[in-house]
Design a protein around this ligand. Structure first.
Ligand code: HEM
Ligand code: HEM
Length: 248
């Protein structure tokens, strides 16, 4: 059996976890600000009228849904370990429901824009990876909801399903980062022209490149938080229980 961590070790682990979480949140917020700025100032602004301005909602909604909301949702079991598990579970679900709504809007924004402008659907590598990511998200959401939102679901199945839920959830998050990076690159290649070449690094290219960097760094932070066994909720809870027993 693993030895239980001492109070000092637990404090150090907690400080490390919250330091990593704070840096990750800053990067996530930077990504959200950059994608909004990119759409508003560099790509012409926003509208909901089937034009290219409607398309500009697509990256904004996707970065918020798959990046900011989903990333936070998958680390809250760890960073909110001191809270009641049911409260954390409800928050985990609410964040995913919010993501689900934004993803549907983001898909509508681009598909409707393509249809209105007579542009083919699902022809690019980005669209293939993107639609697979969305399909996996919907599957994971439905399975997660069916298995964990209802107490009647058999406990043994819940337990056996959890490693799959963890693996699939992390996979969807990684795939969404691949989708975002390929989407940003594709948009900049569309914007490239002889009059305004990408290779000259105009301001829209700087913002797009910085956006991609912020997303990748944010994803590394989420990856660190969700993969470090020392940050697991159970580790902290077991220790807190032991402390309480010792002080009785
Ligand atoms: C997880 C995030 C993302 C997902 C799941 C995703 C998914 C998709 C899908 C399924 C399409 C195809 C729509 C159609 O064929 O009508 C598409 C199109 C597009 N997306 Fe994304 N997207 C994501 C993020 C982004 C980002 C951040 C950008 C940056 C600008 C972007 C740029 C584009 C572009 C330019 C198109 C139109 C061309 C094409 O169909 O490939 N996407 N996206
Ligand atoms: C697409 C949607 C979802 C994704 C991407 C996702 C992802 C994840 C991930 C990555 C974890 C592991 C967290 C960790 O190791 O600390 C997790 C845990 C969990 N999720 Fe989800 N999840 C989703 C939807 C749901 C839904 C709808 C429920 C239903 C209530 C749910 C219930 C749970 C529970 C109970 C845990 C266990 C946490 C623990 O015991 O440590 N998930 N989820």
């Amino acid at each position: 059996m693993e030895p239980t961590p001492t109070a000092r070790e637990l404090r150090q682990t907690s400080n490390l976890m919250y330091g990593c979480f704070a840096a990750t949140e800053v990067l996530g917020l930077v990504a959200v600000v950059l994608v909004v700025y990119w759409g508003a100032k560099e790509l012409g602004g926003f509208a909901w009228d089937g034009t290219g301005l409607q398309f500009n909602w697509h990256p904004v909604l996707m970065v918020i849904a798959f990046g900011f909301l989903m990333g936070n949702s998958i680390v809250i079991y760890r960073v909110l370990y001191f809270m009641d598990k049911l409260v954390v579970k409800v928050t985990h679900t609410i964040l995913h429901v919010a993501s689900l709504i934004l993803i549907i809007l983001a898909l509508y924004a681009v598909i409707n824009n393509h249809n209105e402008s007579n542009i083919a659907n699902m022809y690019s590598l980005h669209s293939w990876i993107g639609i697979t990511t969305c399909a996996l998200f919907f599957f994971q959401f439905s399975l997660g909801f069916a298995a964990y939102a209802f107490p009647q679901f058999p406990q043994s199945i819940k337990e056996n399903l959890m490693p799959i839920h963890r693996f699939l959830g992390t996979t969807v998050f990684i795939m969404s980062i691949v989708s975002m990076i390929s989407g940003i690159t594709e948009k900049m290649l569309f914007k490239n022209s002889d009059a305004d070449p990408y290779s000259d690094l105009p301001s829209w290219a700087y913002v797009g490149n910085f956006l991609g960097c912020a997303i990748v760094l944010y994803a590394i932070g989420i990856g660190l938080l969700v993969s470090n066994p020392a940050f697991k909720r159970d580790e902290h809870i077991a220790y807190m229980r032991q402390q309480n027993l010792n002080s009785d």
